[in-house]
Design a protein around this ligand. Sequence first.
Ligand code: NDP
Length: 330
Amino acid sequence: MTESFSAIVAEDVDGKPVATLKQISNADLPDLPVLVEVAYSTMNYKDGLALSGAAPICRKLPLICGIDLAGTVLESADPAFSPGDQILVNGFGLSEVHNGGYTQRQRLDPGWIVRVPESMSLSETMALGTAGYTSMLCVQGLQDQGVTPEDGPILVTGAAGGVGSVAVSLLAGLGYEVHASTGRIDEQGEFLRGLGASALVPREDLARDCKPLERELWAGVVDTVGDKVLATAIAQTKYEGVVAACGLAGGAGLSSSVMPFILRGVTLRGVDSVMASQARRQRAWDALAATMNREHLASLSETVPMSELMEMAPKILAGQIAGRLIVDVN
Ligand code: NDP
């Protein structure tokens, strides 16, 4: 197998990472035990940062971009995997310090690999991708702290984005009353209601200076935005409510007070998908296979060819993409 194939590679140009679609060969892949024929990858916010060079995501150059991949094992020097196995990888440093998923072939460390759940197709796993798997980590963060549908409404911020839209669908499917906060009510309100949101919250209601404690509204929060939106959500969380914070689409800052924590027993639950343990990943993927509404998944995702990704990067950073982008690498 020596012929060339397509990949998006970030290379050092005058000290900065610049990503381009180019032809590479097996010789450009790392020396790792599992060779995979990649079928799909995804486009996440972090991929937008990497492709546009807006943040130094690729910390080793040259590097194949793409934080997710799904495909079929071609060869494995590790007995845990055999040719024909369907697998996926999310994070674990792909596109940061390890070669990622924007390629037609990749070599992988077996420790990064999750088996595709039996009831899922490769394309469905990438319709979810890191964003969807992170949504489930957030949902499980709320569940693990004991938040039930009877406790009251759940707020999802950045709801029309990838993590947010999957979280809306998952929570509604699990019986929670979901309030979806978005800056695009006119454009995306119907879409969010179709996923199960029972109320829409304008972004500006949250993206403002808040008081240390505000009216108690939320039994739980899935926050993808950070900064003022997160601070307001914390101030509005009910007694012993839980806030799962996973994103920074609105900024990395957080100026809050201890009042919600010491007077209402609020829990701030950080969520990281990149270095999550295999056990946590498998649990999240098994739960996604069991609970994700496949019609919702089809309605919130679209497939784009790898050749169009460079144009998509500024759009995802500008918050102009709704739902999820599956990347067809072939
Ligand atoms: P998307 O770009 O798909 O969605 C982000 C959404 O945030 C947008 O759709 C928009 O929602 C909202 N938004 C964008 N800009 C702003 C702004 N300036 N102020 C307020 N809201 C804004 O990204 P993803 O869903 O892929 O990722 C969401 C966040 O989660 C990102 O910050 C990402 O880095 C992070 N993330 C973290 C992970 C982890 O492991 N912790 C894993 C995956 C993602 P709307 O239009 O509805 O207002």
